[in-house]
Each structure stands twice: as C-alpha cells, then as structure tokens.
Design a binder for this molecule. Structure first.
Ligand code: SF4
Length: 71
C-alpha cells in the first residue's frame, strides 16, 4: 500500500542529504509496502510531520522510538 505522505516526503522525493545506496529498496519496502514500519511515518503519525527530524531515515526506528518516548 502506498504511504499517504509519498508526494511530500523528503525521503521518497530524494530531498534528503546523503541518500543511502539502498534508498530504492527502502522505498519499495516502506513507502510502497508497509509505511507503518517507517521511522518517519511513526513520528509523523503520532506527533505531526513538523516533529520529524530532517535527517531521519525510514529504517531508524530506534531513533523514532526515542523521540516518541521523550515527547
Ligand atoms: S513510508 Fe516513510 S519515507 Fe516513505 S513516504 Fe512514507 S513517511 Fe516517507
């Protein structure tokens, strides 16, 4: 299922610095697969898009959990 943030997400639109070589695979897995496992989506859905760090990558769920615990 497509993530509802596809059009505006900086990761999906290659707007993040230092995009990983595995970015296309990550897009398939998270953005076009299961966005509920994406770190960016986890933070955005609970705290709002403005709380998502600019440099947070989809696989950084530990970091996302830390942000959620501190909020
Ligand atoms: S799954 Fe994550 S990285 Fe992909 S579009 Fe949604 S919020 Fe962005």
């Amino acid at each position: 299922m497509e993530c509802p943030s596809l059009r505006t997400c900086p990761f999906f639109n290659n707007k993040m610095k230092d995009m990983p070589a595995t970015a296309e695979l990550m897009k398939k897995r998270y953005c076009l697969g299961d966005n509920t496992e994406c770190a960016r989506f986890m933070v955005a859905s609970r705290l709002g898009k403005e709380k998502v760090p600019i440099d947070l990558f989809p696989g950084q769920t530990d970091r996302a959990m830390e942000i959620l615990m501190k909020s």
